[in-house]
Design a protein. Sequence first.
Length: 67
Amino acid sequence: MVDARGYSCPTPVIMVQKAVKEGSPKKLEVAVDNQCSVENVTRFAQSAGYKVAVADFEGDFKLTLTK
């Protein structure tokens, strides 16, 4: 789980990149709190071969990345 709430881009993307590089997980959950981070993390994840599902909890977003 990467909790990137409270950070603005590009920090959430960098946090996800680090998690992917360190463990190459088949599933990774990411929490962010702004639409810009949702879009940028999604773009990175898709380019890294992940499928992305987004759930919106009243402004808090949970992204589930799966390979």
